[in-house]
Design a protein around this ligand. Sequence first.
Ligand SMILES: *Cc1c(COP(=O)(O)O)cnc(C)c1O
Length: 399
Amino acid sequence: MYTKFQQHLQSELQQIESAGLYKRERIIVSPQTSGIQVATADNATDVINFCANNYLGLADNPELIAAAKDCMDRRGYGMASVRFICGTQDTHKQLERAISEFFGTEDTILYASCFDANGGLFEPLLTADDAIISDALNHASIIDGVRLCKAVRYRYANGDMQDLEKQLQAAQAQRYRIIATDGVFSMDGNVCPLDKIYELAQQYDAMVMVDESHSAGVVGRTGHGVTERYNLRGKIEIITGTLGKAFGGSVGGFTTGKQEIIDLLRQRSRPYLFSNSLPPMIAAAGIKTLEILTRSNELQDRLHANTEYFISRMKAAGFDIKPTESAICAVMLYDAKLSQDFAAALQQEGIYVTGFYYPVVPKDQARIRVQVSAAHSHEQLDRGVEAFIKVGKALGVLK
Ligand SMILES: *Cc1c(COP(=O)(O)O)cnc(C)c1O
């Protein structure tokens, strides 16, 4: 059998390759931070990293490393169990409490990732009698979570409140309704219009779920996410998020919100029931992360200042930047090949970014996505902008 199957796979791989969509891993041989070393054929080269989700620069933070080491010494390496059998330490409960306090929610349940949090969210809560109304640009994990649930599915165009209203009207046929949205959409950096979503939810008797993966730590004056940005703290039924982006950049996900929702997830959510507990050291570093973000607004302020600085310099240089309210800056190039050539030329200049094109973004919407971090120095931001200008002129994007 395998010979035939092998040929089938080889042809699939060939198709991916010839469509120019083959993903290759670039090997980093340093810690993750704003300046990294990437392996080359004979050695390693220094590049400035503009494509990590390391928004607050915590991925190599000494306090988090110390907290993780200390916890590993005190509580060991792993739990060798799911949470409800023998995988819960006080550290896990403390992290859950810290997340609830951060978002102003009633309770929190941890997962191995936000992919798991979203994957295990809808199925335990809703049945075929209910409805999920989902933004068309929601993250793959929300889409998969919705697929695993028997609820009737409705989709609205990205951030389109007229369309959402239309879908909510149709969804009156069902018993319970949840509107599901990303807080920040990762390809444009736009924030979901949560104020209007919340209003429509009130008007059409629906609940709201927001995935704060790209917004927690970033959006809102103190980085408390889209509920801070729209003054809706404590009002949203369900928030999911990750410890893998602004919150330290390691692994781990969570669902936080109304008490009974979290209680039922602890009884029935499959990735929680059937997958291992987070290692204690990860939980300890998570607690430290939230402590750092609550203790001072320094990192959040620096991220906001860096993002503003980078975007204003890029706009002044003449680049076409998508409107953003996050640390994601989409430099629009429109042409797929240009986006790849541009990214390759930037890497020659020591600037590490990713070019995206169809089908990751809509046709003729190719772009380079830049992710700004609190860890970037002004000098690094300047070098980034100058490389963009140099390559932009060489490739005819700038006059
Ligand atoms: C990154 C991301 C996830 C996945 O988070 P992990 O913890 O890495 O699994 C889920 N949802 C959104 C919106 C994301 O951006």
